[in-house]
Design a protein around this ligand. Structure first.
Ligand SMILES: *Cc1c(COP(=O)(O)O)cnc(C)c1O
Length: 391
């Protein structure tokens, strides 16, 4: 039986997978079981921002694996402390809670919001989230997510969420009630189609949260950690959130999530209120230290900004030639090319030609290359798209 048939035999079919088995990765490339090489512009869904098997991350994992893998959070461990200190020293936050995925980090943010308001003796628990957002697959995070397709069949959902159109201040103002506790938003919507807000939106949201005493929660699971050309996306807008969630790229390919907050808010999570057995274990946080240190390198962030701008320019040139391209948008190296037709065929043709890209929202090609991507690699993908779109 082929490996792909065994997937169908043994694994829940929650994913529609591409018909290749990947065995190996290095930098911007991966190889399948027949040795075919692919240029990877999916990068493990924005996880492999440093490229595959980054030497510093691999070295850290090897070293830590020989010392200590896991002891639980009943004890202090050095890698966890060190990664938390790095995150705090490089962000608005005072405290970090570690978990194992993005959805868990957002669950934590939702719980923390409720607990913080309870501690203040305020009867406020509602969270305003955005249409087309994506926050994860647990019950609370599918409820927070502003897309019906993720919720069908899973009701009753969590109480306490309302949704408004993204990048629309009027809608937020109208949606606030005496029960509203927080506004939860991705600074740029990733899964929703790489939707970038107008320049003033996040600043206005910040001012509005200050005025109404609401918490501002930024889900930077996809756009944080260098993806937009700055270490955190909020840095583009001259503001800070109250709570931020991270995951994807944080441990260079190992599973991790992090919930960050200002001290005043973080202190609502007292012993016993929240926990994770694996959260921040020595192995993943050792990888996290190596990954985060590499991700905050100004040279890497500079490459992300310049390659992102170059890639967008080149795609906009393609747009002049191919009427099927509706819009090109993005920031840094989270870039989308919206088509006037479904994108699946383009994705499959690129796969055949050795380039991995991804399609969201049916007609939006999403590019999330490793931040180490070169001009030659961008040129290669642009030339391939040009060829594929002609047919
Ligand atoms: C991927 C993603 C999540 C969910 O992360 P998981 O690790 O899959 O649980 C949440 N929010 C955003 C913005 C994401 O891109």
């Amino acid at each position: 039986m082929s490996l792909i048939n065994e997937t169908d035999k043994y694994i829940f079919s929650t994913y529609k997978r591409f018909p290749i088995v990947l065995l190996k990765g290095k930098g911007t490339k991966v190889w399948d079981q027949y040795g075919k090489e692919y240029l990877d512009f999916v990068a493990g869904l924005a996880v492999c921002s440093l490229g595959h098997c980054h030497p510093k991350v691999v070295e850290a994992i090897e070293a830590q694996a020989k010392i200590l893998l896991h002891v639980s959070n009943l004890f202090h461990t050095k890698p966890q402390i060190e990664l938390a200190r790095l995150l705090v020293e490089n962000s608005f936050a005072d405290k970090v809670f570690f978990c194992n995925s993005g959805a868990e980090a957002n669950e934590g943010a939702i719980k923390l919001t409720r607990k913080y308001m309870r501690d203040k003796k305020e009867d406020r628990f509602e969270i305003i989230a955005m249409r087309n957002s994506f926050h994860g697959r647990t019950l609370a995070t599918i409820t927070a997510t502003g897309q019906e397709k993720f919720k069908e069949g899973f009701d009753p959902l969590m109480p306490g969420f309302t949704h408004v159109p993204f990048d629309n201040m009027d809608a937020v103002q109208k949606a606030v009630t005496e029960k509203t506790a927080a506004i939860m938003v991705e600074p740029i919507q990733g899964e929703g189609g790489v939707n970038c807000p107008s320049d003033s939106y996040l600043k206005e949201l910040r001012a509005f949260c200050d005025e109404k005493k609401l918490l501002l929660i930024f889900d930077e699971i996809q756009v944080g950690l260098g993806r937009t050309g700055k270490l955190f996306a909020y840095e583009h807008y001259g503001i800070t959130p109250d709570i931020m969630t991270l995951a994807k790229a944080l441990a260079g390919g190992l599973p991790i999530g992090a919930l960050l907050a200002r001290d005043e808010i973080a202190k609502s999570f007292i012993p016993g209120t929240h926990a994770s057995t694996f959260g921040g274990n020595p192995l993943v946080t050792a990888a996290g230290i190596a990954a985060f240190t590499a991700l905050k390198d100004p040279v890497l962030l500079g490459n992300c900004s310049s390659m992102g701008a170059y890639f967008m320019d080149e795609l906009n040139q393609l747009k002049k030639k191919h009427p099927v391209i509706r819009e090109v948008r993005g920031k840094g190296l989270i870039i989308a090319m919206e088509l006037t037709m479904p994108g699946a065929e383009v994705v499959n043709k690129c796969l055949q030609k050795g380039v991995l890209i991804n399609c969201v929202q049916n007609n939006v090609l999403r590019f999330l290359p490793p931040l180490i991507v070169t001009k030659e690699e961008v040129d290669h993908v642009v030339a391939l798209l040009d060829e594929v779109l002609l047919r």
